[in-house]
Design a protein around this ligand. Structure first.
Ligand code: CMP
Length: 497
């Protein structure tokens, strides 16, 4: 076989030798032969000779490549023929180099342009067949490195893809063929095999370890989980008894505790998918009998009513009135009862809520807005005695004493108030006398303040100044007294008698 291959080198070699000899000695030869040729004839003959020489060399290179590389290394190692296209492209490239050599060396032509063009051409061709070249050279590398042999089980982990697990059937010049247990033949380009993570499941021995993960609830005690899972994997038909299967706690996930079940297989006897099926099936069966299910992602959910984001003056009277200091100590039931007895009333800006001198048998709680309290004076002008803000109450004086309204309450802005009738308040005060006491205390304070302000307002023009002057005189007198005594003291120190 090798001889017949070498025989293919005979002709190119013979022609080369036939051409080399005259190319070295042709001038001598012609002279000895006594042939007197004119210079032009010599030139033509020598050119023809060198052209033939270049072409013969190219031919020999192509044949050498064919015999030793394509049919030798590649065919022997990969067990198949390299693609004809690849061989032809490389042969054309060799002849192209020879032709540029002829043009440059024999005919003294400038071949720079030609080299540039041919360089571009080579680039284009190389680019077009780059994956083919990569596969061929990866195939050679795989054959030299021998990460696996035909018949061995491998796992080829490609990024972003399911791993290819199967038995190696063939490695040829371009691809590795893997027989999977689902009956399919996966053809993986050699460049992919050479550049991805490859696990040889049959090395260093025929046994390989496989893992399966099971996640169980946090509530399942670890010992119980380990017992059930181990029993399941040991009961499965397929995994080897030696090394024995094991179960380990692998970690904790959102769903529960992750257990890793490890078992050993001889892929040549039981395929990984069959082993996985046997182990998973047996474990599920054991879990079922133990009354356990696999955990799933979950979150604890506490259900509680949403706190109100905004109170409604009509619907949430109880919550609003609970913010009034006077009623803050009422219990839920009392608060609810009071809330039911409140009437909501709205007032536009600058309107009177209660008027001085009118009869009144209800009191109010200001909910929203601002109110001003005006008390009458002797000079006929009302005087502003107080400003009421949300949470304040008013109108209590008439309600409790039966007297006419002591002041006018006017809205400084549009306002919302709750009205409580005498009847309802009486019931509340009967139950909660401390509220009556608090109201009485506030009424007393208010009366004094109002009286003081009325008094101040009643004084005729200039009386304030006169009073102030009188006060100043009094103060001055006192101060003089103090200073006089001080002076005396000072005098006795400075001039002792
Ligand atoms: P009543 O007299 O029923 O009507 C007018 C109300 O104005 C009165 O009750 C008090 O509630 C209120 N009022 C009077 N004087 C003052 C004050 N100095 N401070 C706060 N409120 C007052």
């Amino acid at each position: 076989m090798a001889q017949s291959r070498l025989a293919r080198l005979q002709w190119p070699l013979l022609i080369l030798v036939v051409l080399v000899v005259p190319s070295l000695f042709y001038e001598d030869l012609l002279a000895r032969l006594g042939v007197e040729l004119i210079g032009t004839t010599i030139k033509v003959l020598s050119a023809a000779l060198y052209v033939s020489l270049w072409l013969a060399m190219a031919w020999l290179c192509v044949r050498l490549l064919d015999v030793f590389f394509w049919q030798g290394l590649i065919a022997d190692r990969l067990g198949g023929q390299a693609p004809k296209l690849l061989k032809d492209v490389i042969a054309v490239l060799i002849f192209a180099i020879a032709i540029t050599g002829i043009l440059g060396m024999v005919f003294d032509l400038d071949v720079t342009g030609l080299w540039a063009t041919s360089g571009v051409l080579t680039l284009v061709v190389g680019f077009a067949i780059q994956s083919m070249i990569a596969d061929v050279f990866s195939g050679i590398a795989l054959n030299i490195d021998r990460p696996f042999r035909i018949g061995e089980w491998v796992k080829i982990q490609r990024r972003g893809f399911e791993p290819v697990i199967g038995r190696v059937e063939e490695v040829n010049w371009r691809s590795t063929r893997v027989w999977q247990t689902d009956g399919t033949l996966v053809i993986v380009p050699n460049s992919v095999v050479a550049t991805t993570v490859l696990t040889n499941l049959s090395q260093p021995d025929a046994k390989s370890r496989f893992e399966l993960h099971f996640c169980l609830d946090f509530g399942v005690p670890k010992e119980r989980a380990l017992r059930i899972l181990l029993a399941g994997v040991k009961a499965a038909k397929g995994p080897l008894k030696d090394p024995a299967p094991k179960v380990r706690v692998n970690g904790v996930t959102n769903g529960g505790v992750d257990y890793e079940v490890r078992y050993w297989l001889n892929p040549a006897e039981v395929s990984p998918s069959k082993g996985r099926h046997a182990v998973a099936g047996a474990i599920l069966e054991h879990l079922h009998h133990a009354g356990l299910t696999l955990a799933y992602n979950k979150q604890d959910l506490y259900v509680a009513s949403m706190p109100p984001r905004q109170l409604d003056t009509q619907a949430d009277k109880s919550a609003i009135v609970g913010r009034v200091d006077l009623f803050a100590d009422l219990d839920d039931q009392e608060m609810k009862l009071l809330a039911e007895q409140l009437f909501e009333r709205s007032f536009a800006e600058a309107t009177e809520v209660v008027r001085h001198g009118e009869e009144g048998d209800s009191m109010y709680v200001l909910v929203e807005g601002l109110l001003h309290v005006y008390a009458p004076t002797d000079n006929g002008h009302d005087v502003l005695v107080a400003q009421l803000e949300p949470g304040d109450f008013f109108g209590e004086m008439s309600l409790l004493t039966g007297e006419p309204r002591s002041a006018t309450v006017r809205s400084a802005t549009s306002s919302v108030v709750y009205e409580i009738t005498k009847e309802h308040l009486t019931v509340l005060l009967d139950r909660r006398p401390e509220i009556a006491e608090e109201i009485a205390r506030i009424v007393a304070e208010r009366r004094m303040r109002t009286a003081a302000q009325q008094e101040a307002a009643n004084k005729p023009e200039g009386e304030h100044e006169e009073e102030a002057r009188g006060f100043a005189q009094q103060l001055l007198g006192k101060m003089r007294g103090i200073f006089a005594s001080l002076n005396k003291k000072n005098g006795s120190r400075t001039a002792p008698s």
